[in-house]
Design a protein around this ligand. Structure first.
Ligand code: URA
Length: 440
């Protein structure tokens, strides 16, 4: 049955509840190109304002998953595990976790994403490695996962095509931070992967789509329930995005941070290891994944296994093998920026707040992300974060370093970064830890 698109948009605009048939029709018509982008973005905005019921969210996720083919990994005898983040700034843990899990011989069939809103995307980061390919054929991906444990691809014409189109549309129409649309996007991809277990990194804070812990908890519960109703064991961690994760925000700079961590390096400045949060979160998430993969009897043992695979260099080897297989990519040719500029603190005091979303937007301003879908990314563009919440700084001291190939963009990014930082005379109270809650 056909529907009149404007009537469905109006129905949602007035807070009505869609039927399964209506949602299926909307998603299929959009995927096939019959429903134009302008009507889909209008509908997505109505969803942003009015939300969706639990049944509507289930229909949306199912329709998006079934918009293309699903993988079948019945050749693999053991567990298939994945991790997905709801989106952050400097959030690069996949590039450490995937290799750790591959080194433990756990199969990870990962459909990953590009930058979304102010957040970065794993695929864009990997594409900063000259020669790296994220567009494998279906058969290649299947073979890589079966034989070599870890592979990543983008959504394609065949796999989750509805998310491929809607993801790109939401990115440029201000409709990213919607609980039902995030659930449909993430879970359609994860349910197409034929997983047995999934670990979700649900971010909260100034750099996340869900700004508060209760909002993130609501999203985590929804994602977890959706996975479990579809036969996937799900663990969700609520993790802190009130400051960028780790040292760098960008593409090639984030890959470099991961290579350094996989190589056992630290980056200590004024007594603080700026790599520590990236390393810690990657290890914690890996511990939960290894537990779900039945490689350990407890999460603590999973964590210890992850630490040993990182320390031995086995995870670094697995990362290099991934880069070779999905290319060959050349890590020795990671592009470097032509220019850089230090952004200095305007006053002395303690770093009280970081508007992490503004840091993400500054990286887009520099060219590390897209303003419109057709934008080409400057893979060298990015930001080095030289301050942390609670740190004491002096006026004139650099708190960020910005990089890129286009110096004309530096001043706009510098202004954004200066507005992102709040400096006070007293240190901030009640800073939340990196991981506030785990839903098992
Ligand atoms: N990651 C996704 O894949 N989709 C979203 O909507 C948000 C984060």
């Amino acid at each position: 049955m056909g529907f009149i698109p404007a009537e469905l948009i109006k129905k949602k605009k007035h807070g009505g509840e869609h039927s399964r048939e209506e949602i299926l029709w909307l998603i299929n018509s959009f995927t096939s190109g019959d429903l134009p982008d302008y009507q889909m973005s209008s509908w997505a905005m109505a969803v942003w304002f009015k939300g969706m019921t639990t049944s509507e969210i289930a229909y949306l996720t199912e329709a998006m998953r079934d918009s293309g083919d699903k993988f079948n990994f019945s050749n693999i005898k053991g567990p298939r595990i994945d991790k997905h983040s709801t989106g952050g700034v400097g959030d690069k843990t996949t590039l450490i976790i995937g290799p750790i899990l591959a080194a433990a011989k756990v199969h990870i069939p990962m459909i990953a994403g590009r930058g979304l809103g102010h957040t970065g995307g794993t695929l864009d980061k990997l594409e900063s490695i000259p020669g790296f390919r994220v567009s494998l054929t279906r058969a290649e991906f299947q073979e890589h996962v079966e034989k070599h444990f870890f592979s990543l691809i983008a959504q394609t014409e065949d796999i989750c095509p509805a998310d491929r189109k809607l993801y790109a549309l939401r990115d440029v129409t201000g409709t990213v931070d919607s609980l039902p649309l995030i659930c449909g996007s993430i879970m359609s991809k994860k349910l197409a992967e034929d997983l047995t277990g999934l670990v979700l990194d649900v971010k909260f804070g100034s750099g996340a789509f869900m700004k508060s812990v209760p909002e993130a908890l609501e999203l985590a519960t929804l994602l977890k329930d959706t996975g479990e109703k579809n036969g996937v064991r799900v663990t969700a961690l609520l993790t802190n995005m009130n400051e960028p994760l780790g040292r760098f925000v960008g593409n090639s700079v984030e890959v470099q941070e991961c290579v350094d961590i996989l190589s056992g390096k630290k980056f200590i400045d004024r007594g603080i290891d700026f790599y520590e949060n990236t390393r810690k979160l990657s290890l914690e998430l890996s511990g939960h994944m290894l537990y779900l993969a039945e490689k350990s009897a407890t999460v603590a043992e999973g964590l210890a296994l992850a630490e040993s695979l990182l320390a031995s260099g086995a995870a670094l080897t697995a990362f290099k093998e991934l880069v070779f297989r999905q290319g060959p990519g050349d890590l020795s040719k990671l592009p470097l920026a032509k220019s850089s500029l230090d952004v200095a603190a305007l006053q002395s005091g303690f770093i009280h707040k970081i508007n992490t979303e503004a840091v993400g937007l500054a990286s887009i301003e520099l060219g590390a992300g897209r303003r419109v879908a057709s934008d080409k990314i400057d893979m060298t563009a990015g930001i080095e974060v030289l301050c942390k919440l609670g740190m004491k700084v002096e006026a004139g001291q650099p708190i960020f370093r910005i990089f890129g190939n286009c110096e004309e963009k530096f001043e706009g990014a510098r202004q954004l970064l200066l507005t992102a930082i709040e400096i006070n005379d007293a240190p901030p109270k009640d800073l939340l830890p990196l991981i506030v809650k785990v839903l098992t």
